[in-house]
Design a protein around this ligand. Structure first.
Ligand code: MD3
Ligand code: FE
Length: 203
């Protein structure tokens, strides 16, 4: 079912479940071309979340800062192409949330192991902040922290389950957000991990 969290933010419960097998197969293909790696923040810390990208552009972080790059710095080659099942899922979810004609060119794949977390941040490296962000949760459940437009705003906690899809745009696009440390568990499809696919229009 669809839950409107606030203007511009929609949670589609279980939206990705019907496609889980196709997503899993596509994920396998993507990770064989560009393995998960722990990026370094500009401040020199190793991120607890492991990442990779697919699509024409990918989000990367290193000592020089955050940016979108068409080349995987690890391999020196372009990122794997975005699987059709990913693209269609993102597009359909965006449309269900009220954002027509979403054409993502970047899909960041985040892998959380128990204890991994993402501290409160804004996503503002994308050139076109008018486009929404679509986020797909797979595997182990997590607690999403959803703050306001200022870092000081006290975040609300939202549980995210396997197959849940969130779309953020308009007034919500620059909200602070994060993920609490993942709890241990075992998921029938994803094992001991949480996987998050985040679709963006980067360029
Ligand atoms: C709210 N990922 O990759 S997805 C990220 O579950 C990121 O891995 C988290 O934050 C994860 O940057 C949360 C939900 C999400 C993504 C982008 C947003 C929420 C957002 C952009 C604006 C507001
Ligand atoms: Fe984010």
């Amino acid at each position: 079912w669809r839950e409107q969290l606030c203007p511009g933010a929609v949670l589609l419960h279980g939206f990705a479940v019907p496609d889980e097998a196709a997503i899993f197969a596509a994920l396998h293909r993507v990770t064989s071309e560009a393995p998960f790696r722990h990026l370094i923040t500009p401040g020199g810390f190793r991120m607890s979340v492991a990442m990779l990208n697919c699509g024409t552009h990918g989000w990367v972080s290193d000592r020089n800062g955050y940016r979108y790059d068409a080349i995987d710095p690890e391999s020196g080659k372009p990122w794997p192409r975005m699987p059709d099942v990913f693209r269609k899922l993102a597009r359909d979810a965006a449309a269900s949330a009220g954002f027509e004609d979403f054409e993502p060119d970047a899909c960041l794949v985040n892998r959380y192991e128990p204890g991994a977390r993402l501290s409160l941040h804004q996503d503002k490296n994308e050139r076109d902040l008018g486009a929404p962000i679509v986020s797909v949760s797979l595997g182990l459940p997590a607690v999403f922290l959803w703050g306001g437009l200022r870092r000081e705003d006290r975040p609300v906690r939202i549980p995210l389950m396997h197959g849940d899809v969130m779309a953020w745009g308009g007034p919500s696009r620059l909200c602070y957000h994060g993920i609490l440390p993942l709890k241990e568990g075992n998921h029938p499809l994803m094992g001991g991990y949480r996987i998050n696919l985040t679709f963006r229009k980067a360029t």
